[in-house]
Design a protein around this ligand. Structure first.
Ligand code: PMV
Length: 322
């Protein structure tokens, strides 16, 4: 049996980090996807290869390399295999259009696609279960994630997410604007950045509490503005959100440079996106100012992407019974 599933990456428009402490955040699925091709094989081994990372690893009950970068994918595959009560082994090939460790949710997209492809070998996929399995893999990658990445990658579109409570869909009303992403080229670990913020919050709780409350109000205001198509407000609130993220210590010189380049070139708003410490910025632009912003960002960043929102979450692309 063989199946192929793909799942989208994401961009967090506002609310990253604050979401870990239970505040709402807004995420959008983007049209760059990770893909898992899964085939059943004899025995009980799960062999996983990543085309982009150029590594292959075989996991069996007797030998599990928990340090392998592919270990989280193994966990997603194994949990999905148990869910469908499959006793055979698996051969899994991962390909991804998403830059790793940059804040676009590549690890979640890989886990979501893997879990879905394995489940599809025997059952119709249930999105709730796929997202839950991917969350287990995300815990290995990031320590204590909020669950936003696996949720948006599973369901697609745009969502307002609250940890432990689930999500509400946002009906986007955006015309004549685009989101543009630029990579600092500095890799970072989401787990480390989340731990850094936790330490700062523990030390300066009473100082930072109002910042967290402000982030909560801000995310709700952005959700309203997205539905009303109020792009000026969205842009301004993105700028304010960037300031709040700087306040909790996750911006860097490179991120600030890209943010100011985007704003100075005519973006409606620009901020770091994801865990910070490196990785990406996201800017909201009028389509007419897009070439200007793109040119400005390209002077400083080797990877600049126009992010089209993907309505589709995880999908089964192919299924055969050999
Ligand atoms: O992994 P990233 O860079 O896409 O960021 C995840 C967003 C955080 O809020 C920083 C962490 C989380 O689990 O929500």
């Amino acid at each position: 049996m063989k199946s192929i599933a793909s799942a989208p990456g994401k961009v967090i428009l506002v609310g990253e980090h604050f979401v870990v402490a239970g505040k709402p955040a807004i995420a959008m699925a983007v049209n760059l996807r990770a893909r898992a091709t899964v085939e059943t094989v004899e025995g009980d081994r799960i062999t996983i290869r990543s085309k982009e990372l150029k590594i292959e690893e075989s996991f069996s009950p007797e030998s599990i390399n928990t340090r392998s970068p592919l270990y989280p994918v193994y966990i997603a595959a194994d949990l999905a295999r148990r869910h469908i009560s499959l006793e055979e082994g698996l051969d899994i090939t991962i390909t991804s259009e998403l830059p790793p460790a940059a804040g676009m949710g590549s690890s979640a997209a890989v886990s979501v696609a893997t879990a879905a492809a394995v489940i599809a070998l025997r059952k119709k996929i249930n999105r709730g279960i796929v997202s839950k399995i991917a969350f287990e893999a995300e815990k290995i990658v990031h320590g204590k994630p909020s669950g936003i990445d696996n949720t948006i990658s599973t369901y697609g579109g745009a969502i307002l997410y609250v940890k432990g409570k689930g999500f509400t869909r946002i009906n986007l009303n955006l015309k004549d604007v685009a989101l543009i992403l630029a990579d600092t080229g500095v890799p970072r670990s989401t787990g480390e950045m989340v731990a850094k913020v936790r330490k700062l919050k523990a030390r300066y709780g009473s100082v930072l509490d109002p910042v967290y409350e402000s982030a909560e109000i801000l995310a709700c205001e952005v959700a309203k503005a997205l539905e009303m198509g109020d792009i000026k407000t969205i842009g301004e609130l993105m700028n304010i959100n960037h300031g709040l993220l700087s306040a909790i210590g996750v911006s860097t010189l490179e991120l600030e440079q890209l943010v100011y380049m985007a704003r100075n070139a005519g973006a409606l708003g620009a901020k770091l996106t994801g865990a910070g410490g490196g990785g990406l910025i996201v800017a909201l632009c009028h389509k007419k100012s897009l070439p200007n912003v793109e040119d400005a960002l390209k002077k400083f960043s080797k990877r600049v992407y126009i992010a089209n929102i993907s309505k589709r979450g995880v999908i089964i692309e192919h299924k055969t019974f050999l």
